[in-house]
Design a protein around this ligand. Structure first.
Ligand code: ZN
Length: 263
């Protein structure tokens, strides 16, 4: 799939609105109305429990039925919900502080992505949450990485990778080296291979969910890996100096089924 497919007509505009924050290269696609949307945060009166009340456009945050994140669990009845595979390649990313997280946006080249039931979802950006947003069997993790992908129609698929305390992580080191402490400062370009962020086993949970940030739009295909990657205390501290916590608490599972895909 060519990168140019993402840049046709209104598709990109919807991707930009839905994603955690606009890609730096796509900021000009935001309309003035979108820029006026309510500001939100991870604490106090603009925190997660109030997101749905802050703006009509955020209604799904409080009345949605398929919200993310959720508590993930395994039982023997579980089967996979869809076939998936990934294929990433080294590419240039611009790293920014968007006021909610540190985010690396794919620059104008192909970084690869996911294939879900034969359909291509191209990587557009990745970003971090601390502590983790998803839990496994009620267990929280120190950090979670979200690799955000979009298909031709602008539908999103997110790959979540949980982290545990351990050694320095090479991929994180590359991002942290340039991450801006101040919101809105210039984005820095780095070359990075997204494969660095994948553990050896990619056995995964799968479910239908939403963005974990306003507007909490649904229709997002979630794949969360069962295995973790490491992050060191020093690396975690460096992120928490900028964002002490930036996670949305787990949401009701409701009628949804969680798939489990061995790999
Ligand atoms: Zn996220």
């Amino acid at each position: 799939m060519k990168r140019s497919h993402l840049f046709t007509s209104i598709t990109l505009a919807s991707v930009v609105t839905l994603a955690t924050a606009p890609a730096a290269s796509a900021a000009s696609f935001l309309s003035p109305l979108q820029a006026l949307k309510a500001s939100w945060s991870y604490e106090g009166e603009t925190g997660p429990e109030f997101w749905g009340d802050l703006d009509e456009a955020f209604a799904a945050c409080s009345n949605g039925k398929e919200q993310s994140p959720i508590n993930l669990f395994y039982d023997r009845e579980q089967t996979s919900k869809w076939n998936w595979a990934f294929s990433y390649s080294e590419a240039a990313f611009s790293v920014e502080n968007n006021g909610h997280t540190i985010q690396a946006n794919v620059e104008n080249e192909d970084a690869g992505g996911l294939e879900i039931n034969g359909e291509a979802y191209q990587l557009i950006q990745f970003h971090f949450h601390t502590p983790s947003e998803h839990t496994i069997e009620e267990t929280s993790f120190p950090m979670e990485l979200h690799l955000v992908h979009a298909n031709h129609a602008g539908d999103l698929a997110v790959l979540g990778v949980l982290m545990e305390m351990g050694n320095d992580h090479e991929g994180i080191e590359a991002v942290w080296e340039v991450m801006p402490e101040e919101e809105g400062t210039a984005a820095y370009s780095i070359s990075l291979d997204p494969n660095l962020f994948l553990p050896e086993s990619v056995t995964a949970y799968q479910y239908d969910g939403s963005l974990t940030t306003p507007p909490c739009s649904e229709g997002v295909k979630w794949t969360v890996l069962n295995d973790t990657i490491s992050i060191s205390e020093t690396q975690l501290d460096a992120f928490r100096d900028i964002y002490p916590q930036n996670y949305r608490p787990v949401q009701e599972l409701g009628d949804r089924e969680i798939g489990f895909h061995y790999h």
